[in-house]
Design a protein around this ligand. Structure first.
Ligand code: ADP
Ligand code: MG
Length: 244
């Protein structure tokens, strides 16, 4: 396993966000969801973003993943500003680069579990990966079920399988353990960790669970739409040993 702290210098920034602002609503009802966020994400790092509910975590993740645009500020992916892309450009950016685990699953109701997962994979080549990922997440007997036939935890695992089976180098995970029982949540964290440590992927986990920060290379804390602290973990704790 790679240890953190030895890779800092050679890791080039994958994503650079500068002075991000995002408002919802207008006038006296306007909510400042992001209030000047600067954040750099390095290739191959495991970053955990901590913050209580309403601190702007999902908003930030959506901007980074090209699901939405900031009102001001810039987001550069490998040096290219994605915050100015048109809809088609953004869709293209997401398809090529981003695996998303949403807080609210975002499964397609008309597709079976297998079809939902196969969406992000290159189906002909990766059919086995899709099946293997579903088996690993305990969804082997649900492959032909539809999302409406699944429990919340099973829907979450399907969304996670979709991100794991995909080929994106950057995984953005919004409260990935939120809807899961403890053991399944832990398995997910172990899988996400393996993607970073063994496959060199970049993983960002948003959570309000402090303990999950221990597995990260770096922890960023948010409050009221701002980053209020940033910590490097010299020796990240393996996900397996984390308890919350
Ligand atoms: P977190 O993910 O940390 O819980 P969010 O990014 O979801 O926080 O929300 C940040 C703030 O923006 C909150 O005050 C929330 O109520 C508000 N907000 C988020 N999305 C919307 C929206 N679509 N419309 C109005 N307000 C929103
Ligand atoms: Mg959220």
């Amino acid at each position: 396993m790679r240890t953190a702290g030895n890779g800092g210098a050679e890791r080039v920034p994958l994503l650079q966000a500068e002075a991000l602002h995002k408002f919802y609503g207008a006038g006296q009802y306007a909510v400042k969801a992001l209030d000047g966020v600067d954040l750099e994400i390095k290739r191959g790092e495991l970053l955990v973003i901590l913050g209580s509910s309403g601190s702007g975590k999902s908003t930030l993740l959506n901007m980074l993943g090209g699901m939405d645009r900031p009102d001001s500020g810039s987001i550069r992916f490998q040096g290219k500003d994605i915050s100015r892309l048109n809809d088609r450009g953004l869709t293209d950016y997401r398809r090529r680069n981003i695996g998303f685990i949403f807080q609210s699953f975002n499964l397609i109701a008309e597709l079976t579990v297998r079809e939902n997962v196969a969406l992000t994979a290159d189906t002909s080549r990766d059919a086995r990966i899709v099946d293997r990922t579903l088996d690993m997440l305990g969804l082997g007997d649900k492959k032909n079920s539809y999302p409406s036939q699944l429990s919340g935890g099973q829907q979450q695992r399907t969304a996670i399988a979709r991100a794991l089976a995909g080929r994106a180098d950057l995984l953005l995970c919004d409260e990935p353990t939120g809807a899961l029982d403890y053991d399944t949540g832990k398995q997910i964290l172990i899988q996400l960790e393996a993607l970073v440590r063994e496959q060199g992927k970049t993983v960002v986990i948003v959570t309000h669970t402090q303990e999950i920060g221990k597995m990260a290379d770096r922890v960023v804390r948010m409050r009221d739409g701002r980053i209020i602290a940033e910590t490097e973990n010299e020796a990240p704790v393996p996900a397996e040993s984390i308890e919350w």
